[in-house]
Design a binder for this molecule. Structure first.
Ligand code: UD1
Length: 419
């Protein structure tokens, strides 16, 4: 059994190198399949979800290798189109293989995707757009089988903004004959990143970052090099850990342009920051919850749902009263019960949580999902006494060496195990 042990409270001070983005790396890894030859992804985070995606790619014949922070994906020979259940069921992003394998091979069989249990997480939008492009998709015994003779360009409007469905459609459109126009697309920076990767490989794309994206597909170029951008969610997590502890944390390599919604909330809380030469310096000396602070999660550029639990942990540890409304995933308050074990005063009504900040105390708690786990780390660092966080594997899905990085800021966070 493994767990993280945190001894708090500690004020976090110092520098942290922000890892490459998980949510950007995973679709780019799937996109590498489109191109014959070796794609090199620099600053690719060494986290469990990336390793699971490597396992999935290896199962179809990709040779993967790591050199420092670079991940090499040799996609010259694709030998198989059936992806084993195990890795595919571990994470939601396995669904990206639908679009990329249809583009590259014209068929794929894969288990229905897994991932964090933060809501229903259907894949109807993914399936609808791929079917519109000519794919035949069947679901039997928890497996999805998709095939097509040729993918064709279409004019498609998403009923709802979805990051994953937009990415899947882009992967299919890159291999489709003719032009695809996608409307009501998600506008998250990770979509822009995927488009930048595809463009660097010769695909013609316009409109990324807006809600209408136009793709002229048919892959022809061979693979090349690409740098994964900074993880705005990991950067935000460390910023909030600093905020909860009234520390001064410098985020090296963060991109404040992708973090405006969080930085606005941080300023309302009295946080101060400056950005210079790639470094985001934050000062949380005067941070508190101004009475009546309300935060609502929303699609980009709104406040990211992935930072909702970390923000709730910071609110719980500061003085004042704030409310958080979750508008993306219906089951994303599961960490509330664990925070309450640490003394947090949170009341939930429908999709809104009211948080009255107070001093927290250490407790034995369990991570229920990736970002909920990160929230427990933030709470543990500001709580008095020992906090043990069980199910650390959730945290390790998305955070690279979190315990080491926290120790670099002066926090006392250690991985423990009994054989
Ligand atoms: C991605 C991110 C996740 C983030 C989320 C929202 C990755 C690997 N994950 O997840 O960290 O929290 O965006 O920013 O990038 N929906 C449907 N039908 C579908 C697809 C989605 O109804 O076919 C709904 C979802 O249930 C949810 C909403 O649309 O309510 C948004 O989900 P979506 O943007 O698709 O999230 P993911 O791509 O799964």
């Amino acid at each position: 059994m493994e767990w993280y042990e945190i001894e708090g409270p500690t004020r976090l001070d110092g520098k942290i190198a922000v890892q490459g983005s998980k949510n950007a790396a995973l679709p780019v890894m799937a996109a590498a399949l489109l191109f014959s030859g070796t794609s090199v992804l620099r600053r690719c985070p060494d986290i469990a979800d990336v390793r699971t995606m490597e396992e999935i790619l290896e199962s179809v014949g990709v040779c993967t290798r790591r050199e420092g922070d670079a991940l090499y994906l040799d996609c010259t020979d694709i030998k198989c189109t059936v992806i084993p259940r195990g890795p595919a069921e571990k994470m939601r992003s396995s669904v990206m293989l639908l679009g990329s394998m249809l583009s590259r091979c014209g068929s794929v069989t894969i288990a229905c995707p897994g991932g964090c249990t933060i809501g229903k997480r259907p894949i109807d939008l993914h399936i609808r757009v791929l079917e519109e492009m000519g794919a035949k998709i069947r679901m039997e015994h928890g497996m999805l089988s998709a095939s097509c003779k040729t993918l064709r360009g279409v004019d498609f409007t998403f009923e709802k903004s979805s990051v994953g469905a937009t990415e899947n459609a882009l992967l299919a459109a890159a291999g489709a004959v003719g032009t695809t126009v996608l409307r009501n697309c998600a506008r998250e920076p990770e979509i822009v990143c995927l488009c930048r990767f595809l463009k660097s490989m010769g695909i013609c794309i316009q409109g990324e970052g807006s809600d209408v994206i136009c793709v002229s597909g048919s892959v022809c170029r061979s693979a090349g090099e690409f740098e994964i951008p900074a993880d705005r969610i990991a950067a935000g997590t460390y910023l909030l850990a600093g905020a909860a502890s009234h520390g001064q944390v410098t985020l090296e390599g963060a991109d404040p342009g992708d973090m405006t919604a969080l930085l606005e909330v941080y300023q309302k809380m009295g946080g101060q920051y400056e950005y210079n030469s790639g470094k985001l310096r934050t000062d949380s000396g005067r941070v508190r919850l101004p009475e009546g602070l309300q935060v609502r999660t929303g699609c980009y550029p709104g406040f990211p749902t992935d930072l909702q639990s970390p923000l709730m942990a910071a609110f719980s540890a500061l003085s004042g009263l704030g409310s958080i409304e979750e508008n993306i995933f219906e089951d994303r308050f599961r960490t509330v019960g664990e925070l309450r074990r640490m003394g947090a005063d949170i009341s939930v009504s429908g999709s809104t949580a009211q948080v009255r900040g107070r001093a927290l105390h250490g407790a034995d708690v369990s991570a229920c999902d990736l970002r909920g786990g990160a929230a427990l780390v933030i709470a543990g660092l500001s709580a008095g006494g020992i906090t043990r966080i069980y199910n650390p594997q959730y945290i390790e899905r998305g955070y690279e060496l979190m315990d080491e990085k926290i120790r670099g800021l002066g926090g006392r966070m250690y991985k423990r195990r009994i054989p």
